[in-house]
Design a protein around this ligand. Structure first.
Ligand SMILES: O=C(O)CCC(=O)C1=CC=C[C@@H](O)[C@@H]1C(=O)O
Ligand SMILES: [Mg+2]
Length: 335
């Protein structure tokens, strides 16, 4: 795309089919902004700003304020100087530029956001927290998922360990299971979960693989997580700790050698993410921010370019929403 664009945007709301319950609380409605850039030749680039403020990005209001103060005609210069305090805006505007320039091989954008569930990617499906996981996994298995992520740190640890015991005796042997605490465990609880997973790893009768425990401790407990990462066989993945590019660089610089969960929708500038990942070859797992197909297309493009170690991508979240294809068209038609 050339460097002058007509800029339009509108906010959206999408209700989860079922609330997403994590240690951060209950999430019922996903709100975001869809933006459209049209260059002088008429080429269109679509972008999406999908903040998660409790994860470390800007708030939706801050993103809307930023969009409202922009002129109707904007330039590359404005886009590539969006401050680091607005990482979801950096992602939304930059990816709209890239799409419009056809760098993804997407033509006019707008009419086709089919994000391929290609076999090139293994997808990880998000299970509901608590014992609902025991009922839900089979439907997802029948849809082809072989990697699942289950939220812990939501209910009492004794209850979750009990459900975990049932889950590992129910899931097929070839399953990979990820546990995501969203920073909700105490140091003692994190040790108990890691020890439990190590014991499972040592049990030949239960070959199911615990791929990693995600963000066991709060962001401010980085040193304790660094210590835990060398004390157990079971891998640890940082998520909230590396939510933005600044945090990602900081944890890497402080010596994190484990897994990094990358949420492209809120991490910040795609071009700077590419540079970082190419430079440091980090072990990255790409993860959804419950975005629409617009941001998902951009995020999958980055995952395709930057994924290492064949890790399933955390975009198995379609079952959290109604079908979206017509919804996106109606959202924009009356603009
Ligand atoms: O990463 C995945 O497998 C799916 C996405 C996912 O789990 C999340 C997306 C956004 C916020 C969180 O609730 C949660 C996470 O902590 O990773
Ligand atoms: Mg997570």
């Amino acid at each position: 795309m050339t460097n002058d664009y007509r800029f339009e945007f509108r906010s959206y709301q999408r209700r989860f089919l079922r609330s997403l319950t994590t240690n951060h609380g209950k999430w019922d409605i996903r709100e975001g902004i869809i933006l459209r850039l049209t260059d002088e030749s008429g080429k269109v680039g679509w972008g999406e700003i999908a903040p998660i403020s409790w994860f470390g990005s800007e708030t939706l209001e801050q993103a809307l304020d930023f969009c409202r103060q922009l002129p109707r005609e904007i330039t590359d210069e404005i886009i590539f100087s969006i401050p680091d305090e607005l990482p979801a805006c950096q992602f939304g505007f930059e990816s709209a530029c890239e799409m419009g320039s056809g760098e993804w091989g997407v033509g006019s954008g707008g009419d086709n956001f089919i994000t391929p569930k290609s076999s090139l990617f293994l997808y990880s499906a998000l299970l509901p927290a608590g014992e609902a996981a025991l009922n839900q996994w089979k439907t997802l298995w029948q849809q082809g998922y072989r990697t699942f992520k289950w939220k812990i740190g939501v209910n009492a640890i004794a209850d979750e360990l009990e459900i975990f015991e049932l889950l590992i005796h129910t899931l097929p042997a070839s399953t990979k299971l990820r546990l995501d605490a969203n920073g909700g465990l105490s140091y003692e609880e994190a040790n108990l979960w890691l020890r439990t997973c190590d014991n499972l790893k040592a049990n030949p009768e239960l070959p199911l693989e615990i791929e990693f425990i995600e963000q066991p401790l709060p962001v401010e407990k980085f040193q304790q997580m660094l210590e835990l990462s060398t004390s157990y066989e079971t891998a640890i993945a940082l998520d909230e700790s590396v939510a933005t590019l600044r945090q990602l660089a900081d944890c890497h610089q402080q010596g994190w050698q484990g897994i990094f969960v990358i949420k492209p929708g809120i991490v910040g500038s795609p071009s700077r993410l590419r540079k970082f990942c190419h430079q440091y070859q980090i072990d990255a797992v790409f993860s959804s921010v419950f975005e629409t197909a617009i941001a998902r297309l951009a995020a999958l493009q980055l995952a395709a370019e930057l994924s290492q170690n064949n890790r399933a991508i955390g975009f198995g979240i379609d079952h959290f929403f109604e079908q979206e294809d017509t919804w996106l068209q109606t959202l924009w038609n009356d603009l």
